[in-house]
Design a protein around this ligand. Structure first.
Ligand SMILES: *Cc1c(COP(=O)(O)O)cnc(C)c1O
Length: 365
């Protein structure tokens, strides 16, 4: 197979070692003589798979015992509903920090279930994070919600908001397991798997136990964290294959330096790309304020938003085997996603291509 580089934003690159193992085991899992795809979710073999995934995650993220780890369905978007349905009952209101399109969607969905307070007005353009000292928070909020990494706009929090006694809820769909985290600061963390930890179809929810037990009456059973926690994510048939793959990815992270190792790689990889952008005299532009630049998703434009030139860039990239670099349809341009499975060498290849493209076309500017 020709060498390819997958810079897709999601579903995204998975570690080769994991894909190989899945391939090796696909026809017959362990000693079962049948495929993981054919294995009952009530079997002991599957129980081992899910328990193992939970244990490995607890280990690599250092998740305290007073948190449940749930595998749900419905994606990140499902959580936009399940979070208010499970957590907003306490006071009927919640604080939302809107820093990009994903948190904006979450806030809009939550409005169906209670009062949403935007801690600052939704900006016209998403280019950074308003200083927390200006946030108009509500001490009566059931929780404060934010998106730790805005996948489309490339905005990442470099701090954890301090909410005092208000539970903190974070969408980490695109940056979970990319750096160490003090989980005890959070009430709930969630992440769709397909950005950084596995195949689409499973959503990870890490929830503090004292927040369980008071869902809204209308909360659908499949979105009920309390039910899922009680039944170890096996209330109904879970996405068994996805949980199996996610468990393998957790092990891969553990064997590759853990979250500290992922952080080191993320810094090195993203620095290479941002350096090319910053040293291009405005040929490449990234609109995000320096301190909030994402280490996972780097959106940029070329030649003062020259769409023809961007097309040429993408075509040249594809010729070199660099795939899925097109920016999100809502913002255009280019986006390089550098998730855990993308190697330093791959990021370097992209940086080199950007340099040569600049050398060739930069003067036109
Ligand atoms: C992709 C994404 C979502 C939505 O995930 P789906 O699984 O497609 O519903 C939510 N939040 C963030 C930060 C994302 O990157």
């Amino acid at each position: 197979m020709a060498c390819v580089y997958n810079f897709g934003a999601g579903p995204a690159k998975l570690p080769q070692e994991v894909l190989k193992k899945v391939q090796d085991e696909l026809i017959a899992y362990g000693n079962t003589k049948i495929s993981i795809l054919e294995l009952s979710h009530r079997s002991n073999d599957f129980k081992e798979i899910i328990d193992d995934a939970v244990d490995t995650l607890r280990d690599i993220m250092k998740i305290p015992d007073n948190y449940n780890i749930l595998f749900m369905q419905g994606g990140g978007t499902g959580c936009f509903a399940s979070i208010p349905l499970n957590l907003m009952n306490r006071t009927g209101t919640a604080d939302y920090v809107v820093t990009g399109s994903w948190s904006a969607k979450a806030a809009k969905e939550a409005e169906k279930y209670g009062k949403v307070n935007l801690v600052y007005p939704k900006p016209d353009k998403f280019t950074g994070i308003c200083n927390p000292s200006t946030w108009q928070t509500n001490s009566n909020a059931s929780y404060l919600y934010y998106c730790a990494n805005e996948t489309v706009h490339g905005i990442e929090f470099d701090f954890v908001p301090d909410t005092k006694d208000v539970p903190l809820v974070a969408d980490m769909s695109s940056n979970i397991l990319t750096k160490p985290l003090d989980v005890s600061k959070f009430g709930l963390i969630f992440a769709g798997a397909q950005k950084n930890i596995g195949p689409a179809g499973v959503t990870l929810v890490i929830v503090r136990k004292d927040l369980l037990g008071s869902p809204m009456k209308m909360c659908p059973t499949v979105l009920d964290f309390t039910v899922l926690a009680k039944d170890n994510s096996l209330h109904n048939t879970p996405p068994t294959f996805q949980i199996y793959v996610v468990g393998l990815v957790f092990k891969w992270i553990k064997e590759n330096g853990g979250v500290e190792g992922m952080k080191k790689r993320a810094i090195e990889k993203s620095r290479m790309i941002y350096e090319v952008i910053d040293e291009s005299n405005g040929f490449y532009t990234c609109p995000v304020e320096a301190k909030s630049r994402s280490k996972m998703n780097i959106p940029f434009r070329i030649g003062a938003n020259d769409e023809e030139l961007e097309k040429e860039f993408l075509a040249g990239a594809a010729k070199r085997g660099m795939l899925q670099l097109k920016g999100h349809r809502s913002v255009g341009g280019i986006r390089a996603s550098l998730y855990n499975a993308v190697s330093k060498e791959e990021a370097e290849e992209l940086a080199n291509y950007m340099k040569s493209f600049f050398a060739l076309h930069g003067k036109r500017n």
